[in-house]
Design a protein around this ligand. Structure first.
Ligand SMILES: C[S@@+](CC[C@H](N)C(=O)[O-])C[C@H]1O[C@@H](n2cnc3c(N)ncnc32)[C@H](O)[C@@H]1O
Length: 479
């Protein structure tokens, strides 16, 4: 007798593209999108909040999921809050400003838990509540504003009926629009000083007829305004990125800054004549001051050059490193590997508690910074090696540097290369701490190490309030 086949699971009904849908938002999904289900069909709605009832229009219709544009909030979620910034609806800087901060932290914890369960296949792992920030505004020590000859008007600017000058903007890019920039008169990400400087720089340049970069015609003088405002040390860097070096203009801007913004301790003029929309350039001139600023993390002071990588939220970075150090249960005789070490901030943070730290980093400039930072702080038990982890992290390397007691890794978003994971599995030091800005790749990497390591503790830390980004620290112990 032929076997009777099990009844097929009914396929979710897909609404038509362009359909207007009434949806109840279930939760935040990966990358901060909001998720609803319509008869089993998953629909993502940007800008909606879990608990909202919304009306939305389906603009993308794939087999497994769709995407809809929010038209109206029919019933607001209790997790909503009034965004502080008037530019919130158009700006990409703080996409979660309309979500209560406690709910943001919960959502980040949830995203880590789901990554571990679904991507990592880990069962019953306790994820601690996300460690929140004390300052949820004005928390960034670096901001990069863009000049543009293509100004984007907000809905309320259009509705005001005012006649706006549309060919000059200084602010942030509109999400998804490489050419359009919102002309920001306020921004709560860095400092009141920075917002004042942005506005004054715009007025100064417009009064003199200086032209902003036109991304289509590839002409214009002004390209970016990059500001660094360290958290613990009273210094400020202004970096004006221009298309060419015009000594007279930059001297005028320097005089203006020194008169109106004497808190600026150094002015850099970066020259970028290329087409790439970047604040890096082919030349850099220090117009006044030392060309660098400094900030402190823990006991150590770091020199920060215009293009150096430095965690943008100093206070939360300190919390992140403190968690990593605690999870590592450092001992005075430990040899620690700090892999993907950047400018050596974690290495220096832990150096006094251990015998020796070996840092590995791909970017030569960052390694130079790490060495200089160690020397300037009188730290002499850190060795920094330049190289690609994939090629460098071999048994020979371990032979040369010594077998570590503790491994700390902090890779970029893509996570670890499978060969690096294999090498960790065979090296298998007792204590292993994985710091990550991407819980998905972190969970994937650790899923390959289940036989070698067990997860002891999981601590998300919020370095970027009002965004979906989360840093996550996982403590592991060898089996
Ligand atoms: C998330 S950052 C960590 C920086 C540092 N731990 C900190 O907190 O400032 C990741 C670092 O990994 C480096 N990196 C990326 N790919 C690498 C590779 N294949 N080998 C070594 N380092 C790499 C990047 O240059 C970057 O500095």
């Amino acid at each position: 007798m032929p076997e009777t086949s099990a009844p097929a699971t009914p396929k979710p009904q897909r609404p038509k593209k362009g359909a207007t849908l009434d949806l109840t938002i279930e939760k935040f999904a990966d990358r901060g999108k909001s998720l609803a289900r319509l008869n089993g069909y998953v629909v993502f709605v940007a800008g909606a909040v879990p608990g909202d009832m919304v009306r939305a229009k389906l603009f993308k219709r794939r087999r497994g999921f769709g995407e809809a544009r929010l038209l109206d909030v029919l019933e607001p979620s209790p997790l909503r809050t009034e965004p502080r910034c008037e530019y919130f609806s158009g700006c990409g800087g703080c996409k979660w400003q309309h979500v209560d901060y406690t709910a943001q932290l919960d959502a980040k914890r949830q995203s880590v838990a789901e990554a571990l369960a679904h991507t990592g296949g880990f069962e019953d792992i306790e994820v601690r509540p996300t460690m929140g920030a004390d300052d949820i505004y004005y928390y960034r020590n670096k901001m990069e504003f863009s000049f543009s000859a293509q100004r984007w008007l907000t809905d309320w600017e259009i509705a005001s009926g005012e006649d706006f000058d549309r060919d000059f903007a200084l602010g942030l890019h509109v999400p998804g629009r490489f050419d359009k920039v919102l002309d920001l008169k306020a921004c709560y990400l860095q400092s009141e000083w920075s917002a004042r400087l942005v506005n004054a720089t715009r007025d100064f340049a417009q009064e003199r007829g200086w032209t902003p970069w036109d991304v289509h015609k590839k002409v214009g003088y002004l390209r970016h305004l990059v500001l660094r405002t360290p958290e613990h040390i009273d210094e400020k860097m202004v970096n004006l990125v221009t298309n060419g070096h015009d000594e007279e203009r930059i001297a005028a801007y320097a005089a203006f800054l020194q008169a109106e913004f004497p808190e600026a301790t150094t002015l850099i003029n970066t020259i970028n004549t290329g087409v790439a929309q970047t604040s890096y350039g082919e030349a850099m001139h220090t117009i006044f001051g030392s060309g660098v600023v400094h900030d402190r993390i823990g006991e150590h002071t770091f020199e920060i050059a215009p293009n150096a990588f430095f965690q943008t939220n100093t206070r939360q970075a300190e919390k992140l490193y403190a968690i990593a150090a605690k999870f590592a249960e450092l001992q005075p005789d430990d040899l620690v590997y700090d892999l993907y070490c950047g400018a050596g901030t974690i290495s220096l943070f832990i150096a006094e508690q251990v015998r020796e730290v070996v840092g590995v980093e791909l970017v030569e400039e960052a390694v130079q910074n790490a060495k200089a930072n160690a020397a300037a702080n009188g730290v002499d038990n850190c060795t920094f090696v330049t190289g690609d982890m994939l090629k460098l992290f071999t048994p020979d390397f371990v032979e040369a540097q010594g077998k570590p007691d503790v491994l700390i890794v902090d890779p970029p978003r893509a996570g670890l290369h499978p060969k690096v994971v294999d090498q960790i599995g065979s090296l298998k030091p007792e204590r292993f701490v994985y710091v990550s800005c991407n819980p998905q790749s972190q969970a994937r990497d650790l899923s390959y190490l289940k036989d070698q390591y067990r997860i002891e503790a999981v601590q998300p830390v919020d370095l970027f309030p009002h965004t979906h980004h989360v840093e996550n620290v996982i403590s592991l112990r060898a089996r």
